[in-house]
Design a protein around this ligand. Structure first.
Ligand code: NAP
Ligand code: BGC
Ligand code: ZN
Ligand code: ZN
Length: 358
């Protein structure tokens, strides 16, 4: 079968015929989403990327929608599914109870990223245990459910961290809480939408002005924007945040500015893989974190409950913000990727989320 393959840590990718041995029910891949991590792998920038043992290549891809080709478990031929991308180490308790997002050994595998073939190929075989059903009315936007699952897990974790105090507002909602999301990529925008849909006031930032597409999305969903190249808001209660989520994966040097924006009892969520730089944290900054009861939490990977939550949210958002998620997606065929390799190697101008149609 044809597959997009990589051989980390080498740069580049190939589209070629491969043989992969695996068990489970046969699934025809219909489309794949591209995320920042895929581009880091094809550009040789992700140090954790590794081919599965026994292979000198790895099929890329951890975001996919497929059609079930044979009955198995609760699935029937013709069902549309999404496979879960991280699988447990088989040893630690968290993995054994279906939560390899909190793997204790670090020996988990991730499709198309670390030690497991990914989903950018014509067919996969997989166990029904690792599949979730895609509702037919969101088939066009369902590819967003994998990245959104990472965010559902992240928000669950943030709320659990904030379970340390009474964090809801007087009316029992999160309407008085103000969140800042840094970065206007697919992750940043989905995080902002998720927080809006849970009632938070949301601001998003980038170090440039918004594109017309981004402006429309932010207007539609009631999200404010600021351009941080003109400086971050001055520290002070009027412009501080209860939650800041780093979703740009840019430079560690932005962290002191982000920490200075936090209110008492606030949370800094680290979601992006900050690529370069150094965060220079003074003793005053660190003392303030103590005085203000600040939490810093690493946020990674959604599992089955989060995929299911993501799919439910997409169903709701389709009605809540008509056209918004659709407007985030650029469709490309596999033939286009073959003819113009650059569209997989590099994010294109004005692109938010690209998907490849097989
Ligand atoms: P992306 O498409 O590259 O988006 C990054 C966004 O950040 C872009 O809008 C970029 O602007 C913006 N940006 C760059 N420098 C910035 C700065 N200094 N301040 C504010 N914004 C800045 O990536 P993505 O797919 O949305 O993913 C975001 C990050 O999350 C990546 O690091 C990715 O690897 C990571 N990630 C983590 C997980 C997890 O489970 N923790 C899961 C998925 C992804 P331009 O549009 O101008 O480039
Ligand atoms: C995926 C996550 C994964 C993370 C780390 C992201 O691109 O969406 O599910 O855990 O990379 O490899
Ligand atoms: Zn991803
Ligand atoms: Zn484990």
């Amino acid at each position: 079968m044809k597959a997009i393959i990589v051989n980390p840590p080498a740069k580049g990718f190939e589209l070629r015929d491969v043989q992969i041995q695996e068990d489970g029910i046969k699934i025809r891949i219909l489309e794949n989403g591209i995320c920042g991590t895929d581009r880091e792998i094809v550009n040789g920038q992700l140090s954790t990327a590794a081919a599965p043992s026994g292979y000198n290549f790895m099929a890329l891809g951890h975001e996919a929608i497929g059609e079930v080709m044979e009955d198995g478990g609760n699935f029937r031929r013709g069902d549309i599914i999404m496979p879960i991308n991280r699988r447990g180490c088989g040893k630690c308790l968290n993995c054994l109870i279906g939560r390899p997002d909190f793997c204790e050994t670090g020996e988990f595998v991730e499709a198309g990223i670390k030690g497991m073939h990914g989903f950018m190929r014509e067919y996969i075989r997989d166990s029904p245990e690792f599949l979730v059903s895609v509702p037919s009315d969101i088939r066009d936007i369902a590819i967003m459910a994998q990245p959104l699952s990472d965010l559902e897990k992240s928000l669950e974790e943030i709320l659990s961290v904030q379970g340390r105090l009474y964090w809801k507002c007087r009316d029992g909602t999160y309407g008085c809480r103000h969140a800042l999301v840094v970065g206007t990529g697919a992750i940043g925008i989905l995080f902002a939408l998720l927080l809006r849909s849970r009632g938070f006031m949301v601001t998003i930032s980038n170090r440039r002005e918004t594109t017309p597409r981004e402006t429309r999305i932010f207007q539609e969903a009631g999200i404010s924007f600021f351009n941080s190249s003109r400086g971050y808001p001055e520290p002070g209660t009027g412009n501080a945040f209860d939650l800041v989520v780093e979703a740009s994966g840019s430079d560690a040097s932005i962290l002191p500015s982000l920490l200075s924006l936090l209110k008492n009892n606030a949370v800094l969520g680290l979601f992006g893989f900050l690529r370069n730089g150094v965060a220079n944290l003074s003793s005053t900054t660190l003392q303030n974190m103590v005085y203000k009861s600040i939490s810093v939490v690493g946020l990674i990977n959604g599992q089955k409950p989060h995929f299911e939550a993501a799919l439910r949210d997409l169903v709701q958002w389709k009605h809540m913000w008509p056209g918004v998620i659709e407007s985030m997606i650029t469709r490309r065929t596999i033939q286009e990727v073959e003819q113009n390799r650059n569209i997989l190697l590099n994010k294109q101008p004005d692109e938010i989320k690209m998907k490849i149609i097989w």
